[in-house]
Design a protein around this ligand. Sequence first.
Ligand SMILES: NC(=O)c1ccc[n+]([C@@H]2O[C@H](COP(=O)([O-])OP(=O)(O)OC[C@H]3O[C@@H](n4cnc5c(N)ncnc54)[C@H](OP(=O)(O)O)[C@@H]3O)[C@@H](O)[C@H]2O)c1
Length: 357
Amino acid sequence: MDEFARHASGFQLDDTRHQKWCVAGRPDGNVRGSDFELLEAPIAELRDGEVLLQTLYLSLAPVMRGYMSGESYAGEAPLEIGDVIHGRGVAQVVKSRHADWKEGQVVQGQLGWQTYKISSMMPQEKFRRMPPNGLPASHGLGALGMTGLSAWAGYFNVGTPRKDDIVLVSGAVGGVGSLVIQLAANVSACETIGIAGRAEKCALAARLGCSTTIDYKSEDIQSALASALADGLDLYFDNVGGPMLDAVLDHLRHQARIVLCGSISEYTLDEPYRLPAYTRLRRTDAQMRGFFVYNHLEDWDRAMDEMAGWIRDGQLKPVEQITDGFQHMPAALAGLYSGQNMGKQLCRVRGEPDTWI
Ligand SMILES: NC(=O)c1ccc[n+]([C@@H]2O[C@H](COP(=O)([O-])OP(=O)(O)OC[C@H]3O[C@@H](n4cnc5c(N)ncnc54)[C@H](OP(=O)(O)O)[C@@H]3O)[C@@H](O)[C@H]2O)c1
């Protein structure tokens, strides 16, 4: 039995108790079982203005190691040892003493790693009602959630794709990347090249629309890029950072755009990677621009309408890897940093696997 399985053994989901995963230690390298503690308590009584949310799905995202390390994002207070780990989720309102929220409504927002949350639905928790649109509830954490907005805003607002662009995407089969390759290949009809780490992942990237794929774990990245990008690239959507970003800088076309979405290859390093080839931007009038999804919330409604429309008409196929069972959250998080997920990594806490909303 591995350290995560040992940690989770004996757990039973209890609909009468509030169960939660808390920070037990600061991660050093990848997260380990000893960084997490599972606690439970009776569910408290609601006061006026509060709702009781029952968790259906929880999101797993690379940023969570940063939360556990005490880093602060989007104005949230840094986590202390013993705090519930931050994370977005989809939940149902099962009791309400709040005028604006009714029992039975399905919401998504900042739930934390817990099976229930009592909330006053404050703006900073960013709860949004999930419209009953006939699509699975799990999409509220993927294509129709912050992951989807990250792909949409990063690609359209920051990447500003143009007709006939050649688009390269790293982390092409992760939560964000698997959406971006489909926006580029199917919605914009651009030639799209995906980088992922295994033959099975590259095969999926090809099925989702990539004309060329690079398996960076078995191919030499420099020569694979030289061959796939013989004509250079116009848009690089970077989920990975590090030496891969550096290698891509040798292949920029005139006025190429680089979208800095994430740098997952650096998250478990003690020192960030320095970018020796950054001066290549100058030669090609290229731009490298970062973005933070929470600065694009004004586009939420438009982005979600478009994404839902593309899902319905088949241009966008959400890829989700769903771990069953709240007790397996820590192991699922550790798997993100070693590339074990295909698509958006979620945990199903309760509800039917094909819950529709
Ligand atoms: N800017 C923003 O506001 C924003 C919003 C959301 C996410 N992000 C960032 O965007 C990135 C993608 O997020 P996500 O939710 O899609 O994560 P994800 O589902 O975990 O996907 C990331 C993918 O990166 C690949 N990867 C992991 N380690 C790698 C390494 N050392 N070198 C190369 N590839 C590696 C993995 O697949 P392989 O098997 O192919 O390695 C993994 O599937 C993350 O860096 C995240 O922090 C930023």
